[in-house]
Each structure stands twice: as C-alpha cells, then as structure tokens.
Design a protein around this ligand. Sequence first.
Ligand code: HEC
Length: 147
Amino acid sequence: MRPYSISSTRLLIIAALVSVWALPVSAPVSAAQMQEKIADYAAEARAQDNNFAGFSADRGSILFSSSPATGKPETPSCTTCHTANPTGIGQTRAGKEIAPMALSMTPDRYADAKKLEKWFRRNCTSVLGRVCSPLEKGDFLTFMATQ
Ligand code: HEC
C-alpha cells in the first residue's frame, strides 16, 4: 500500500468536513441579532410616529452618503471614515482600518447591541451634531443588510 493514497470516498468525506468547518458560524447568529435590533428600532419609530411605515434601504443609503453640515467640520459624512463604498475598508482619522460596514463583507457586524448603540451615538453626534433617530438607525441597518 502506498503511504499517501487516499480513496475517493475518504476525499469526499474530508471535503465535506472542511466545507462545514469553513462556514462562517457566526453569520446566522449575528444576522438574527441584527434583525432583533431592527425590530426594536421599528417599535421605537412607531412610538414616535403613528405613520411609521417601515424602514427604507434607500433612505439609509442617503443618510450614509449625505453631508448634512450640522456636525463637526472634520467629519462631514459617514463616508469620511467608512468610505463611500459600503463594501470597502474604511479608515479612522488616525489611520486605523475599519472593516466594511456591508453585512455581506463583515458578517459579525451589528450583533453586539452595546457596541452598536455606542458607535451610533458617537458617529451620529460627530456627523449630524445630534443622535440618530430610531428611524435613521433602522434605515441604516436595513441598507447595510442589503450590501
Ligand atoms: C470619525 C470616523 C467615523 C465617522 C465619521 C463615522 N464612523 Fe461609524 N464607526 C467608526 C469606527 C472607528 C467604528 C468602530 C470600528 C468598527 O466597528 O469596525 C464605527 C462603527 C460604527 C457602527 C457600529 C458597527 C457595529 O459593528 O456594530 C455603526 C452602526 C456606525 N459606525 C455608523 C455610522 C454612521 C451612521 C455614521 C454617519 C452618521 C458613521 N458611522 C460615521 C468611525 C466613524
């Protein structure tokens, strides 16, 4: 028997095991947590406005790329740090890399509610000069979920 001969059945089993192992295990979990957060924002948005009719990826896209000129001059837009392309790698003002905001590129994003709230508060205050509303946060996540 040759020492390195592997039967094709064994190869198939190995290939199957490797592909299961290589699946991004966290993806379905964080997507569910993100959906939970979106549902929370929807409840808050409805409480603020009876006419709330659901989130919009288009509005989220506009929020992401707009320059409202109401925040700090050095951070005119979300895209200042996150780049104009949601699937692109961003950069902090100190030059540190920021993983893409698109859920497809960074599947474990938006899964940690504390982290999410912290950065929404901080970044909306920098760019808009105020915190984001539940409607804006829900629109933003809805947009990033499609990217
Ligand atoms: C000054 C740079 C900067 C600007 C401007 C900025 N961000 Fe961020 N943002 C960051 C950094 C740094 C992080 C944390 C690092 C990470 O999550 O990879 C982050 C994280 C986030 C997160 C948390 C993501 C998660 O995984 O939970 C959200 C949401 C977010 N930003 C939204 C926005 C929105 C909306 C705007 C525009 C209103 C914006 N950011 C503008 C730098 C910025």
